[in-house]
Design a binder for this molecule. Structure first.
Ligand code: CA
Ligand code: CA
Length: 159
């Protein structure tokens, strides 16, 4: 992939509202071949579909990504769900407690991305405690999702 990438190569669709979200910025690390997109407003808890526009990404020879076919993937965001099981519960609280007072990342309880697990993170988790973000199954396919009425506003980043 070339060393430059525009934010518009990625579209994120909120599967609840149908709203399309375009990243405000993107950084690219050539050493790890990783693009990190950022948004002006944090994503709300819920399910999303990200689409990378193949025509907007080329390799150094000018070949489009994925043979010219857009690449899509689904993901969800649920603030406080540290272990990524679509639920904010005791297991998440336990992870946070084990890392309390230490410099850590999201997967270890730093929910506000300040690289420290502290009371602010505990407050975020408690506010979302009991929240789930589930796919509704229909004919074996993920077609819609449900989650309760709690909405949080995390810092959002795709890698
Ligand atoms: Ca969890
Ligand atoms: Ca923190």
């Amino acid at each position: 992939m070339s060393n430059s990438i525009a934010p518009a190569v990625l579209n994120v669709r909120d599967l609840t509202t149908g709203a399309n979200l375009t990243p405000a910025g993107v950084t690219y690390d050539a050493a790890t071949n990783t693009a990190t997109f950022s948004f002006v407003a944090p994503l709300a808890d819920g399910n999303y579909r990200a689409t990378v526009l193949a025509s907007a990404l080329t390799d150094p020879s000018g070949n489009a990504l994925n043979g010219g076919a857009d690449y899509t993937f689904d993901f969800y965001w649920l603030r406080g769900d540290i272990d990524r099981d679509r639920s904010v519960d005791f297991a998440d609280l336990l992870i946070l407690a084990q890392n309390y007072g230490r410099p850590r990342r999201y997967a270890q309880g730093d929910l506000n991305d300040e690289h420290m697990v502290d009371f602010a993170d505990l407050l975020i988790l408690v506010q979302g405690y009991g929240t789930t973000c589930r796919w509704r199954q229909r004919h074996g396919r993920r077609v819609r999702f449900t989650f309760n009425e709690r909405f949080c506003h995390p810092r959002s980043r795709l890698q």
